[in-house]
Design a protein around this ligand. Structure first.
Ligand code: PLP
Length: 434
């Protein structure tokens, strides 16, 4: 392998990578394999995706046979039946009342789709002034212009600052290390941070606000678990002011927290849920936006027969993705993987918190099979320690995810307790060396 210039790698220091490439050749179960055959335990489900593990035979078979039967079908004015069947199947897993699915190809597309539906819905019901969108600091909602505008990760916005969409505000993030460090599960302090939404309503008036979008557990900014009562309070304020609430469940969707969705786990039902990643266990790109009945009906009850929503993708409900998704959902159900995530959560929690006293660790947090170990940054070089740990862990046969100096974990739901405990031990050695 000599040419590292042609493939411009995403969210990567390309110039650093070529000096020390971390290459993966194949995957099976909870392991990746390097080109030389050395195994690497996958502690992030690829990139928060592969909840059913890698190479599940039923999913592989479904994709292979679909490719041979129907390679592609357009969904503008035509459709293949399996797409309708899948949509119905999926709405059996979502919270009651979220009974409609708009298919996309990624989390970013799901987010931009949900934001567009929110704006179009407000117009559709005669509230055309409700146009403002509210995101949250440290939120990650993908890389579309809508997503980076409501997102709250400074570097993801900075290079494109002149093109961010107007009329967007941000709630404060919920990370309060001075009060909540080393929390197990939901941190106790911080529900009051939801009240900032009231302040924004006072400032702009509810007549001008379309929707609020948050990740129930913020993932990419380093696994920020919501304080007890926070999400319920957001829902109440949205209800009070007739504002839509969107949960971005691109990471939390499909069992990561034990329930199918965070909405069920935290007993807070939003008006839309955005998903991708584990929808197909990462096997074929696919996203989906789950939409509440009242939103869908507002479009469908309109007189006439014009197109209701001027939006969609060539690959919405691509047959390979549909086949992968149906098989994945079947595997989740048959193998009881969401229950398994719930059962493993205490082992995962103990494994992560066993690193609390490792050198440099300043916080450990977790919920379900999602967690983080945060390290103090090197003086004047944030992120440098994180990259050293990433490399050392990879050399030791562990795949982790790094955001700044925080190690994020989201193992496949198929992982074994002993593998989690063994990984924590190995990582303890890595942290002591780096
Ligand atoms: C919460 C959330 N939303 C959106 C996205 C974007 O998804 P994608 O990379 O598939 O566009 C991600 C990706 O990590 C995510 O975590």
């Amino acid at each position: 392998m000599k040419n590292f210039d042609s493939f411009w790698m995403p969210f990567t220091s390309n110039r650093t990578f070529r000096n020390q490439p971390r290459l993966l050749e194949r995957a099976e179960g909870v392991y990746y394999y390097k080109p030389g055959g050395e195994k690497v335990l996958d502690l992030v489900a690829g990139l928060w995706c592969c909840n059913a593990g890698h190479g599940h035979p039923k999913i592989v078979e479904a994709i292979q046979s679909q490719a041979a039967e129907l390679d592609y079908a357009p969904h503008f004015n035509f459709a293949h039946t399996a797409a309708f069947e899948l949509a119905e199947q999926l709405t059996g897993v979502t919270p009651a009342g979220l009974d409609h699915v708009f298919f996309t190809n990624s989390g970013s597309e799901s987010v931009d789709t949900a934001l567009k539906i929110a704006l179009a819905y407000q117009r559709e019901r005669g509230k055309a002034t409700k146009t403002r969108l509210i995101g949250r600091e440290r939120g990650y909602h993908g890389v579309g212009f809508g997503g980076i505008s409501v997102g709250g990760i400074p570097y993801n916005r900075m290079q494109f600052s002149t093109a961010l969409i107007p009329g967007v505000d941000h709630l404060p993030h919920t990370h309060l290390p001075e009060k909540n460090a080393f929390s197990r599960g939901l941190p106790a302090e911080g529900a009051y941070l939801a009240d900032e939404l009231e302040r924004l309503v006072t400032l702009h008036h509810a007549d001008n606000i379309a929707a609020v979008i948050v990740e129930p557990v913020a993932g990419s900014a380093g696994v920020l678990v919501p304080p007890v009562g926070y999400l319920k309070r957001l829902r109440e304020i949205c209800d009070r002011h007739d504002i839509l609430l969107i949960f971005d469940e691109v990471i939390t969707g499909f069992g990561r927290l034990g329930a199918p969705f965070a909405a069920q786990e935290f007993d807070v039902v939003p008006d839309m849920i955005t998903t991708a990643k584990a929808l197909t266990s990462g096997t074929v790109p696919m996203g989906a936006v789950f939409v509440a009945d009242h939103i869908y009906n507002a479009f469908m009850e309109r007189p006439g027969s014009a197109i209701e929503l001027f939006h969609g993708y060539t690959y919405s409900a691509h047959p390979l993705a549909v086949a992968a998704c149906r098989a994945t959902q079947q595997v989740y159900a048959e193998d009881g993987l969401f229950d398994r995530a719930r059962e493993l959560a205490p082992v995962f929690e103990d494994a992560l918190h066993s690193l609390a006293d490792a050198p440099g660790v300043i916080d450990v947090r977790n919920y379900g099979l999602m967690g983080a170990v945060e390290m103090a940054p090197d003086d004047g070089a944030p992120g440098a320690r994180g990259m050293r740990v990433l490399q050392a862990a990879f050399d030791a046969g562990l795949m982790i995810r790094i955001t700044g100096d925080t190690i994020a974990f989201s193992p496949p739901l198929t992982i074994e307790a002993a593998q989690l405990e063994g990984a924590a031990e190995k990582l303890g050695v890595v942290l002591a060396q780096v």
